[in-house]
Design a protein around this ligand. Structure first.
Ligand SMILES: Nc1ncnc2c1ncn2[C@@H]1O[C@H](COP(=O)(O)OP(=O)(O)O)[C@@H](O)[C@H]1O
Ligand SMILES: [Mg+2]
Length: 411
């Protein structure tokens, strides 16, 4: 058995030179990489870099779990090693394998030499015995094919280890992970025990398709990442430079948030909001109405039934008035039923402002108006308005009704 170099057995060292001095620094460093973190997330990341604990990120698909690991690696200058988990995956894919091809190649090249070893063996058993004595040559570090866990532990430079979608792995693999992450060492019987010189930052993600072992959760820092607040989502969309005007992006974020409240098989995630914004920008859309959103809805909802539900809901989601008119569905739109907003008569005919467009868009409700009606000057007449100082107040109002948020404006 080959013993490993000295020092490996000393156990991992906590990062002697932690990358962040404060939570604010985490926010700024991630921001520089294009990742928008709130303080809760940044605090957890800060702790990850200071405590010797892996971080378990749970939450729906598409909320930025994987992305966080990538951006943390970029922000800290560490290499990212990723173990993508899947059903039926066995531990060799996580820990290490033997490089069979290389072993074979060596035996081919060395055939003559191997022949000499067994040349004078009187019988088969003796020949096998002799080969066996030399086995360790072929089961040495040279022929080891490290998979992400071993690679992370063996790495000379500290790394970020991402164990992605751990809920997809079988429980047996989860147990292996638990053991490995507990000790930060891996034993390869033929070679020896590898211990991490410096602890990797370990992030595990789970989409919650099944419960993880309590022991795994106990061992980890834990963060539930949910869909972001409207403000943060807008900030994310903005940061992606989708080409969509801010005002429309803000409306769009609220529409997506509305879609998330429907019982969809797969709720739209942040990436879908970004895709939708890009799509609308490419189409040169300069106002959101249910028509253009319906035409492009397949960008954000991918199942047939979801599409139907979304199409039903879209007119209501772009039209705040329709939403509070539950029983009559669309009855009496914009005729003084009062949302507690101030009413600005002067603005009524101004088709150019965002508010006017919104109200028009909102009125473009299927079943109420034929196509082509939308956009006529009368559309804006008698419409409900928020205070004129807040041009996108309809959106905000929608937000507060739909999501119980205050009338917060995006940054
Ligand atoms: N906080 C964020 N800042 C910037 N982009 C984000 C953020 N959260 C999500 N995204 C975007 O959403 C996409 C999907 O995120 P991802 O990490 O793949 O989701 P998950 O792993 O949670 O399923 C990313 O590629 C990224 O573009
Ligand atoms: Mg992911």
């Amino acid at each position: 058995m080959t013993s490993l170099s000295d020092g490996l057995s000393d156990g991992p060292q906590t990062d002697p030179d932690p990358p962040f001095e404060s939570v604010d620094e985490v926010v700024a460093a991630l921001h520089d990489q294009g990742y928008i973190a709130d303080t809760r997330l940044a605090t957890t990341v800060f702790l990850l870099t200071r405590l010797d604990k892996p971080l378990l990120l749970e939450g729906p698909a598409g909320v930025g779990k994987t992305e966080l690991a990538k951006m943390l690696a970029a922000a800290t200058g560490r290499r990212l090693l990723r173990l993508q988990c899947y059903e039926g995956q066995d531990e060799t894919k996580a820990l290490y394998e033997w490089d069979y091809g290389k072993q074979l190649m060596y035996t081919q090249i060395l055939r003559e030499k191997i022949g000499q070893v067994v040349e004078d063996a009187p019988d088969l058993a003796t020949a096998v015995e002799r080969i066996g004595e030399n086995e360790s040559v072929f089961f040495s570090e040279r022929f080891l094919a490290p998979r992400p866990l071993l690679e992370a532990i063996r790495s000379e430079q500290p790394v970020v280890l991402l164990i992605d979608e751990v809920d997809r792995a079988d429980e047996a693999l989860e147990a292996v992970l638990l053991e490995t992450l507990g000790e930060f060492q891996i034993s390869v019987p033929e070679v020896g025990t590898f211990s991490a010189k410096q602890r990797p930052y370990v992030l595990l993600t789970s989409n919650n398709t099944r419960d993880l072992a309590a022991a795994l959760k106990r061992r980890c820092l834990h963060l539930f990442l949910d869909y972001p607040s409207a403000e943060r989502e807008l900030e994310i969309v903005r940061s992606k430079k989708t080409g969509l005007a801010d005002s429309l992006a803000e409306e769009l974020v609220n529409v997506v948030r509305g879609l998330r409240e429907l019982e969809l098989r797969k709720a739209p995630s942040i990436s879908e909001t970004i895709d939708w914004a890009r799509t609308l920008a490419v189409l040169g859309v300069d106002e959101l109405n249910s028509q253009v959103l319906s035409d492009t809805v397949s960008v954000v909802v991918k199942y047939d039934k979801d599409v139907k539900k979304a199409l039903d809901a879209l007119p209501r989601l772009v039209d705040p008035n329709a939403e509070i008119e539950e029983p009559g569905h669309g009855h009496g739109h914009g005729h003084g039923h009062g949302h507690g907003h101030s009413h600005d008569e002067d603005d009524e005919d101004d088709d150019g402002d965002v508010d006017g467009r919104q109200v028009r868009a909102g009125r473009d409700t299927a079943g109420r108006h034929g196509e082509g009606v939308y956009g006529t000057p009368n559309y804006a007449k008698g419409s409900e308005r928020d205070a004129p100082a807040k041009p996108r107040s309809v959106t905000s109002g929608q937000g507060s009704r739909s999501f119980g948020l205050g009338r917060k404006r995006a940054l």
